[in-house]
Design a protein around this ligand. Structure first.
Ligand code: HEM
Length: 476
């Protein structure tokens, strides 16, 4: 059966501006089912969209999800991935980046892709030094495993912890990777006991709880975090001398429209990756709240799958609500019931903000069951220390754990035989994104990072030392 790319459907549409009609028609034209049928169940099936990307946590944003891209990014020498002498990703003739996933990208993503290509190539160098008999294909595959595991680890014990800044989460995420026995114990004795004691990583057997693993539609929904994006990038001068809080002087503000797509790629070549990295580090992201959606995303030129630009502009804010409805993602209350969470019975259960309540009444009347999940997630009163809602958090927690425990490369195959001794050592000794940045841009964090994690705003104070071990702290 031909795969329906949910993004291709817009491309194949006629010049009509009505998104719903376009999508429906083009899905019909691409599906080999009985197109004459108008039974509701079949129509629903037609509307179900299939993914064309790998749903695993496997670094496909760097390596690609299909053979063509997988081959295109490789040098086929010593296992390495293509990168220029100046440390930039290479580009196709049409200006698009040669990388794993380039659709709807911006310089921030290209910067991280570049960083992890450098990481991959550095792993190749180390493996080649210790195992000279390994050929290109072996080096590539092992380095890919190691780099993907480094990304997964950073996601688990560095990024998620910053997003949900409480000791409870810090403990929970560390327990997912290292178990209650902790890093020191695991480094010395390996994985001991069950997932609780030893963590998911290194478990003898993977566990998918009877459901083939996949990032769920609900996860994509709660990860619709476009309000995190700013209106402009504050470009910093990294050649200056660091002051008290290691805050580099502001050079200028660059509007986000100059940093996305093909234009963005040109801008990044001028800025340079190190300056972009430090500038992003010093800028706070937007709050995940109502009325904080970036205006520039409401008139956006979206991309085709190959990263080329489309002719139709979209209002991404509206499209996101549309997508959830189109995909039959449950509305807010039903979504919560599915997670065994208490639904709301009145708007006041959701928020104390009277202005928000007024607008919700205007849009949905008294019918709280109609509330779209994305609107609910943004309106929901946040738990102290959490950047995201409790509803989104529950999905995060489930997926963050399942992603590790269902994957054999983090469980039954998390061993020296699969990764090599040096490869496993690389993962086990990398604790944060800071470690990766330090390897490839050695000056940058030393000079410009004041905070503990690179996911905090860099000139904010470092975490105070807490002598109480994380598993013994009173929940805050
Ligand atoms: C310049 C930056 C970005 C641009 C231009 C952009 C643009 C887009 C576009 C055009 C879509 C597809 C809409 C559709 O046709 O369904 C999309 C989907 C999405 N975006 Fe972004 N986005 C950006 C950054 C982000 C960020 C920072 C996050 C989260 C942290 C994010 C999360 C998502 C998610 C979860 C989806 C839905 C994916 C799916 O349907 O499976 N995006 N974005």
């Amino acid at each position: 059966m031909k795969l329906v790319d949910r993004h291709e459907v817009l491309k194949s549409s006629s010049s009509e501006r009505y998104l719903g009609a376009n999508i429906f028609k083009s899905i019909l034209f691409q599906q080999p089912l009985n197109l004459a049928s108008s039974e509701p169940s079949k129509l629903l099936l037609l509307l179900r969209q299939q993914n064309i990307r790998t749903p695993w946590w496997d670094g496909s944003v760097i390596y690609g999800s299909n053979e063509e891209v997988l081959n295109k990014v490789r040098t086929f020498k010593d296992g390495k991935i293509k990168i220029s002498k100046e440390g930039h990703l290479l580009h196709n003739k049409d200006g698009t980046t040669i990388s794993g996933d380039i659709r709807n990208s911006w310089v921030g993503v290209t910067t991280l892709q570049t960083l992890f290509v450098l990481e991959h190539n550095a792993v190749c160098d180390t493996l080649k030094k210790h195992y000279p008999e390994l050929e290109d294909e072996d080096l590539y595959r092992h380095a890919r495993l190691v780099t993907s595991a480094v990304i997964a680890k950073i996601h688990t014990i560095d990024w998620t912890v910053e997003l949900l800044k409480t000791d409870t989460l810090l403990a929970g995420m560390h327990a997912n990777w290292y178990g209650l026995l902790g890093k020191k114990f695991k480094d010395t004795f390996g994985h001991v006991g069950n997932a609780i004691l030893g963590g998911f990583v290194g478990m003898k057997k993977s566990e998918n709880h009877g459901v083939p693993y996949s990032l769920t539609e609900e996860f994509a929904t709660v990860y619709r975090m476009h309000p995190l994006l700013p209106d402009s990038l504050h470009l910093r001068d990294i050649s200056a001398s660091p002051g008290q809080n290691k805050s580099p002087p502001l050079i200028k503000e660059i509007p986000m429209n100059d940093l996305i797509g093909l234009k963005g790629e040109k801008t990044l070549l001028e800025i340079g990756v190190a300056k972009q990295l430090v500038s992003m580090g010093h800028q706070a992201c937007g709050a995940l709240e109502l009325w904080n959606y970036p205006s520039w995303l409401r008139d956006l030129v979206p991309h085709n799958i190959d990263g080329t630009e489309r002719y139709e502009h979209v209002d991404l804010a509206a499209l996101e609500i549309y997508r959830d409805r189109e995909r039959n993602v449950a509305r807010y209350n039903q979504f919560r019931r599915g997670l065994l969470m208490i639904p709301i019975s009145k708007w006041e259960d959701l928020t104390d903000d009277t202005e928000v309540i007024e607008v919700l009444e205007e849009v949905y009347g008294d019918d709280v069951e109609e509330l779209d999940v994305l609107v609910g997630l943004m309106a929901e009163k946040k738990i102290k220390g959490f950047a995201i809602s409790e509803t989104a958090f529950t999905i995060f927690l489930l997926m963050a754990s399942r992603r590790l425990e269902a994957d054999r490369f983090f469980t039954s195959n998390y061993n020296e035989e699969t990764y090599t001794k040096k490869g496993l050592e690389w993962v086990n000794t990398t604790e944060s994104l800071k470690d990766v940045i330090d390897r490839h841009y050695p000056e940058m964090t030393h000079k410009w990072l004041n905070s503990t994690s690179v996911f905090s705003v860099w000139d904010s104070p470092p975490n105070k030392h807490n002598p109480i071990p994380i598993y013994f702290r009173v929940p805050n």
